[in-house]
Design a protein around this ligand. Structure first.
Ligand SMILES: Nc1nc2c(c(=O)[nH]1)N[C@H]1C(S)=C(S)[C@@H](COP(=O)(O)OP(=O)(O)OC[C@H]3O[C@@H](n4cnc5c(=O)[nH]c(N)nc54)[C@H](O)[C@@H]3O)O[C@H]1N2
Ligand SMILES: Nc1nc2c(c(=O)[nH]1)N[C@H]1C(S)=C(S)[C@@H](COP(=O)(O)OP(=O)(O)OC[C@H]3O[C@@H](n4cnc5c(=O)[nH]c(N)nc54)[C@H](O)[C@@H]3O)O[C@H]1N2
Ligand code: SF4
Ligand SMILES: [Mo]
Length: 797
């Protein structure tokens, strides 16, 4: 996308005069003008006026609705109906009782999203072939009428299971939003096919409860102030935001003297900022490292036998479930009794490339320095056998007795939350059938053939394939799901999915596949409450800073009208606007959950509410302090290092009852490596939220889309830093600029995920959209995405 294009788009937009005046005001301010590109700003000659903060009305909003794990305070400075400036929380660091919620580069750039000349401006319908990207403007009446007609037609013809609301995270963790509005509309008119799980921690979400009975295995980040040793295993909080205040605590933990280890194929920003040591590893091999740590801990008698005896099932022969031989225990696996292979550091080194002595050293330090927190990121579970990674971390936390202790950490998925509010926008889907979210393309292709083995629940068989998709604030139709080329073909076939509604801010790769395309609002243009992800103890008010631009509308209002056409408007809105929903949530939260919650006007003024607690939340503290009265939520009531439920599935090769290293397809031991010698991973980039913000030129300048490769691999191929390269495997080909850097392990290449799929006329991606190369093969147990497990080759373009 060139700057000229921005300018042309901008100037040819048919805007109302009033809007145009506002806009011209908006671009009269340098440095903060949105979407018109630095070049234009630099070249512009006319005199410009800086608007000072004190001349503006400051409205506290929240960068809350993108699926970044953070929630930050954003102050919109509004002058004459125009957001002229964005600032953030100015509170000093250091007060960890209410840590500052300072916005990152994405949030501070949000004005450029709001005023981006490429914003979708009115509803459109497809006129060309699906996916071609040809649309024509239509009225809201026509859009609403068409949606109502198609929803009804498809429901009548195929039944409610044919209607699906796709996973989408562009507006998440708020009170309403497109996905929920679509679900309520469909619930009131017969129902829709549900999905379970997510793309984030899909393997972990299913695996962790087999160990602990729940995914809530994380502790609040203030507990890190008590840790003496912290392992960030495939976790990169400097760049990938799990929670806004996390880094404040990590920094303080470091100041307190905690030793911090980062295990990652890349020398990440986190390793630079926080780590005493970076340990590079080959993707998909973390469990070999973990197994060897277990071996060292046991053979050197560093394990906490009392903890294992009291709280765990399956560590040794004396603590096995009924009817299972002691040979199946964790101990006998690690020592090699069960399979003849002792999981020594030397064994692991050959697989994961971490030197045996280093494995020994980390195992000893982790076991001896108490309390120690082993915190896992989720990328290493977005791998072929991702379930093993999550249970493997938990296993180490148990071997060392770090579970339920202040400053320790139970590892695994790691959710915790202390930010409960009431969600007044509710609905009940009459359809109970549900598929794993990652298998939606399978449900389009052959939904009626899916069974429990594909993770189908709520019914034995689906009566229909998916025929209608609502894709609200997501780029999952194309960009974020695996194997773009395969999905493109599937969706191009208009006889398969017959109707697709998309709501977005921009003409994204997914939006191009819409039949009806709705122009959504930014969070500056609507009311909401921003709730932090699974990690947080505060909520932020999302104030509407200006009226929606152009003809953009909240999905809530649009679907209320569709509901009207279908005779269920009253049931849909219950007479409430989105502002009413926010007010109701605040009032009921105060009344039903937390008497200290502010009243609406105070919350709105302050913009943020921190829930106050006397002590850090420590996962499983209750169970560890008093197991008898607080058993774990597992079948045995204990931590299941050996899970009888998994054992009974009888698929021991791919779904073992104890966590273990399993040699991965498209991993370093796959013979396919002869043909495609490099392992390709992706990560969550600092300048984007997935694909959101990819079309921001300033952010591209701050952190461009490029592929990391080790100098050794580059040399072998005769390619150098800055070269344009071609990356390919059986599934596709993409082109991208190369960054040659020792910051990535030899044998591994990394592409930041989320770049917009930008095919040339032959369908070859020109921007480095990594999902061109990823596979739709799901993980064995959770049926989750394994989008980081890929073999590729690279050559000069
Ligand atoms: N800036 C930013 N923050 C975000 C997001 C975003 O898009 N941008 N997205 C949010 C969302 S929805 C999610 S789910 C989370 C994602 O959170 P994560 O999944 O934890 O984040 P990633 O960046 O994918 O990966 C973390 C690190 O794991 C490393 N890694 C990759 N493969 C392996 C492996 O096999 N083994 C090991 N040990 N390490 C590996 C990567 O190099 C990376 O540095 O981030 C959230 N926060
Ligand atoms: N290869 C690879 N693929 C991955 C991952 C990976 O690590 N590697 N990570 C996976 C993960 S963890 C996740 S969560 C998914 C995320 O995938 P998605 O949920 O698709 O997230 P985004 O790509 O951010 O898409 C959000 C869309 O919503 C739009 N949008 C943003 N704000 C608004 C709004 O206010 N209103 C409306 N109407 N639209 C809005 C944006 O323009 C964007 O098109 O990707 C997954 N895909
Ligand atoms: S993108 Fe995330 S970290 Fe950045 S300002 Fe928004 S909520 Fe905060
Ligand atoms: Mo995610």
């Amino acid at each position: 996308m060139t700057e000229n294009n921005h300018l042309t788009n901008f100037l040819t937009n048919k805007m109302q005069r009033r809007t145009f005046l506002k806009w011209s005001g908006a671009i009269g301010i340098p440095v903060i003008a949105g979407g018109i590109g630095t070049k234009m700003l630099v070249e512009r000659k006319e005199e410009t006026k800086i608007v000072s903060a004190k001349d503006t009305e400051k409205i506290i909003s929240t960068c809350s609705i993108n699926n970044c794990g953070g929630r930050c305070v954003i102050k919109a400075h509004v002058k004459d109906g125009v957001v002229v400036r964005v600032s953030t929380d100015t509170q000093e660091s250091g007060d960890l009782s209410t840590p500052p919620l300072r916005a990152c580069v994405r949030g501070r750039n949000y004005r450029s999203m709001l005023y981006h000349p490429d914003r979708l401006k009115y509803p459109m319908k497809r006129v060309g072939k699906r996916g071609e990207g040809k649309f024509t403007r239509i009225s809201w009446d026509e859009a609403i009428e068409t949606i109502a007609t198609e929803v009804k037609r498809i429901g009548d013809q195929y039944g409610p299971e044919s209607r699906y609301v796709n996973y989408a995270s562009g507006q998440s963790w708020g009170l309403h939003g497109g996905k929920n509005a679509a679900r309520k509309l469909l619930s009131l008119t017969g129902g829709y096919l549900n999905y379970s799980n997510d793309y984030s921690s899909g393997a972990g979400n299913v695996a962790t409860p087999y160990t602990y009975g729940t995914n809530n295995s994380g502790s609040s980040f203030d507990s890190l102030l008590h840790s003496k040793y912290i392992i960030l295993w495939g976790q990169n909080p400097s760049e990938m935001i799990f929670s806004t205040p996390y880094r404040e605590y990590l920094m303080q933990a470091k100041k307190n003297g905690a030793k911090i280890i980062v295990i990652d194929p890349r020398y990440t920003d986190t390793a630079i900022a926080f780590a005493d040591e970076w340990i590079p590893i080959l993707p998909t091999t973390d469990n070999a490292f973990m197994d060897a740590m277990g071996y060292v801990i046991i053979t050197e008698k560093l394990h906490d036998q009392a903890f294992l005896d009291k709280y765990c099932i399956g560590f040794d022969g004396d603590h096995m479930p009924d009817g299972v031989s002691g040979e199946e225990s964790l101990k006998s696996y690690l020592l090699g009794v069960s399979d003849g292979i002792a999981k020594t550091p030397e064994w692991a080194e050959k697989i994961c490339r971490v030197p045996a002595d280093k494995i020994r050293e980390i195992a000893r330090e982790y076991a001896k320095t108490k309390p120690a927190a082993l915190i896992q990121g989720w990328a290493a579970q977005r791998q072929a056998y991702g379930e093993q990674f999550m249970r493997g971390g938990a296993q180490l936390a148990c071997l060392t007795g770090n579970v339920g202790k202040l400053g320790g950490w139970a590892a695994a998925t790691g959710y915790w939350s202390r930010s409960d509010i009431v969600y007044p926008f509710s609905y009940e889907n009459p359809v109970k059938a549900s598929i794993p979210c990652f298998l939606w393309t399978l449900a389009v292709e052959k939904g009626t053939e899916m069974t429990a083995a594909d993770g189908l629940v709520g019914t034995e068989r689906l009566t229909t394939n998916i025929k209608c998709i609502f894709n609200m604030a997501g780029n999952m139709l194309i960009n974020q799901h695996a194997d773009i080329n395969k999905t493109v073909k599937l969706l191009e076939d208009e006889s398969k999915v017959e109707f697709i509604v998309v709501s977005d801010l921009f003409m994204t790769p997914s939006a191009k596949f819409a039949d009806i395309l709705l122009p959504g609002t930014t969070f500056f243009e609507r009311y909401d409450i921003g709730v932090p992800w699974c990690f947080g103890d505060y909520v932020v008010f999302g104030d509407k800073t200006i009226d929606p631009l152009y003809e953009c509308r909240d999905e809530y209002d649009v679907f209320a009208e569709v509901a009207g056409k279908l005779g269920v408007k009253e049931k849909f809105t219950e007479g409430k606007t989105t502002l009413d929903l926010v007010k109701e949530s605040v009032e009921r939260t105060k009344k039903e959950l937390d008497p200290n919650f502010p009243i609406f006007e105070d919350f709105r003024k302050k913009g943020v509410h921190h829930f106050k607690y006397d002590a850090p939340l420590v996962a499983f503290k209750e169970q560890i302090d008093d197991l008898e009265n607080h058993p774990f939520e597992t079948p045995s009531g204990k931590i299941e290092l050996f899970s009888k439920s998994l054992w009974d599935m009888n698929r021991h090769d791919e779904i073992p009852a104890i966590a273990k290293y399993i040699s991965s397809w498209e991993g370093p031991e796959d013979p396919l490596k002869e043909k495609y010698p490099l392992q390709l991973i992706s990560w969550h980039y600092k300048r984007r939220c997935h694909s959101t913000y990819d079309n921001q030129p300033w952010l591209e300048e701050a952190a461009k889309q490029e592929m990391w490769m080790n100098p050794k691999d580059a040399e072998k191929r005769g390619i150098k830093n800055g070269d344009r390269v071609q990356v390919q495997n059986e599934r596709g080909t993409l082109f991208i600029e190369l960054k040659v850097t020792p910051r990535i392990t030899p044998g591994v290449v990394g592409i930041p995920q989320g770049a917009w799929y930008t095919p040339d006329k032959d369908g070859l991606d020109q921007r480095g959209s990594v999902n061109v190369l990823t596979s739709q093969r799901p993980t064995p147990l959770a049926k989750a995405n394994s989008q980081l497990t890929n073999l590729v080759d690279v050559k000069k373009a």
